[in-house]
Ligand binder design. Structure first.
Ligand code: ZN
Length: 512
């Protein structure tokens, strides 16, 4: 007991230091949020400097040898505590973050971040001119820097450290066979749907006035459980959610007046991210544990609400009469079945962000495989557009009209790096289905609640099992804990088969 009590002041010292660093990180997030919502463009240059200054302070404070010293001194204390206790988790997660932060020389980070800004600007120009060759030399440099970044870590596959940054514990040896199996199951499903009579979704592309869309969207996210006393919603060109504290979670949306789906479903998506952040245990506030655990689990929460709940028939049993009342001229002659089919239409499109639930993962897996091939040195950046188009032809039966709609459509490679950028999106879908299946099995009342517009039970179960823990568990630990099984594609595939056999009146059991 004496060692433990001697250690407690050290633990508090570590926690206080981490809270100060966390405060700097949050200040960076506030500046970022402001930049993407309300800041006049004239502020861009100074804002870049302000963020860089704070980032440098935060990095210096975190990599300070005192932090290492404290982590070393707290080893015995950590071992004396239950593994998932807040104290042991804080020490464990901080040690992991610390080891990651000190492996990469700060000169390299400065070089990378400088290059990212230049490459991003080149991408904006190349994309608008539909000319990949303008960004090619910059992307070649990004590939080199991504390989160099990986080299600071021990690895089995060169992409492993880059994947581990965002999805700790996931590796190429886990993901490659998983995605291979997923692709093999999805391709024939997408094929059968493509040969079925197409769904008429023209009802979604009428004129929907912006103010009415925002008002309806707000009522939906409030009903789902977003707490407006502890958050807000603003507009931005590229929706995202950021959390400044458990009591201040900001989500954003964008509205297209000629496309009903965009604002509503992106709002439901973002509310999934936001509920996660609002649901973290107050005990973790101000520590590095007070955020969602990783990109794939975060995405699983947004996709669960957006697709499994928000595009379900039960959800619209409750909301469709209200929606029809608000948009009477647009929807008075559209039945709930027609509307439900329209919002679930499957189309082989060239653009990932427009993709439906069936083809979405195919888009993601194409990117994942190309990333691996580039990192392994098997595919050069020069040959990337051709490899991209070939993959699209093979898996989706289409060739993008130009490289802006093809290889240059996503910002990730051009604004960040190559490696670890996409797997979280596909994993999010798989994890969402696996978690939802387990939750409904645990309490079937969840689905009846949704039909009555009562989301309390689902939210509470997600909070208990996922939200409240913040970063205490890794993705794999959480999946095992919540579902009793390790990650698998089966729940997602059976969800897709059930849902789309109804919507398209098909029998996948026979073809699969
Ligand atoms: Zn998301």
């Amino acid at each position: 007991m004496s060692t433990i009590s001697l250690c407690e002041p050290k633990y508090l010292e570590l926690k206080n230091r981490l809270t100060q660093i966390q405060d700097l990180e949050v200040a960076i997030s506030v500046l970022n949020w402001d930049q993407t919502t309300y800041m006049p463009t004239g502020g861009t240059f100074a804002r870049g400097r302000q963020i860089a200054t704070l980032r440098k302070f935060a990095h210096e404070k975190f990599t300070d040898p005192n932090i290492y010293q404290l982590l070393e001194e707290l080893r015995a204390y950590e071992k004396s505590l239950p593994y998932y206790s807040t104290e042991a988790s804080l020490i464990r997660v901080t040690r992991r973050d610390y080891e990651r932060a000190v492996r990469v020389p700060s000169e390299f980070m400065a070089k990378l971040s400088q290059h990212q800004t230049v490459c991003y600007e080149a991408w904006v120009k190349a994309k608008s001119l539909k000319n990949f060759s303008l960004v090619q030399p910059y992307l070649e440099k990004t590939l080199e820097l991504s390989q160099e970044l990986a080299s600071f870590f021990p690895y089995k596959h060169i992409a492993d450290p880059l994947i581990d940054f965002v999805d700790e514990g996931m590796t190429v040896s886990i993901l490659r066979p998983l995605f291979k199996e997923l692709r093999q199951k999805l391709l024939p499903i997408a094929e059968v749907i493509a040969s079925a009579p197409p769904i008429d979704d023209s009802c979604l592309y009428q004129h929907y006035p912006k103010e009415k869309q925002l008002k309806f969207g707000r009522s939906v996210i409030e009903r789902i459980g977003f707490d407006f006393q502890r958050g807000r919603q603003d507009e931005t060109p590229h929706p995202f959610t950021s959390s400044f504290s458990i009591g201040d979670v900001r989500m954003t949306t964008r509205v297209y007046e000629n496309n009903f789906s965009e604002a509503l479903f992106s709002s439901i998506h973002e509310v999934g991210h936001a509920l996660y952040e609002q649901g973290i245990s107050p005990e973790l506030e101000g520590t590095p544990l007070a955020k969602g655990t990783c990109s794939s689990i975060h995405e699983s929460q947004s996709r669960l609400w957006e697709n499994i709940v928000g595009r379900s028939r039960g959800f619209w049993e409750y909301f469709y009469p209200q929606l029809q009342g608000i948009f009477l001229p647009q929807l008075s002659r559209v039945s709930i079945s027609e509307f439900h089919q329209a919002i679930n239409k499957v189309v082989k499109s060239p653009i990932r962000t427009d993709a439906d639930e069936v083809t979405y993962n195919l888009h993601v897996m194409i990117r994942f495989n190309l990333e691996l091939a580039m990192l392994e040195g098997k595919l050069s950046v020069k040959d990337l557009p051709e490899a991209w188009n070939e993959s699209y032809k093979k898996d989706l039966g289409i060739v993008p009209a130009n490289d802006s709609e093809g290889v240059m459509q996503d910002v990730h490679w051009y604004g960040e790096m190559i490696g670890g950028m996409f797997q979280g999106y596909a994993l999010g879908n798989l994890i969402a289905a696996q978690i939802y299946e387990a939750i409904v099995k645990f309490d079937p009342e969840v689905t009846f609640g949704i039909e009555r517009g009562n989301f309390t039970l689902l939210r509470q179960l997600l909070k208990q099992n996922i939200y409240q823990h913040g970063r205490k568990y890794t993705a794999n630990e959480l999946i095992n804990q919540v579902t009793g099984k390790s990650l698998s594609i089966e729940p997602f595939i059976s969800y897709i088969q059930d849902k789309y056999s109804n919507i398209y009146n098909l029998n996948f059991a026979i073809i699969a």
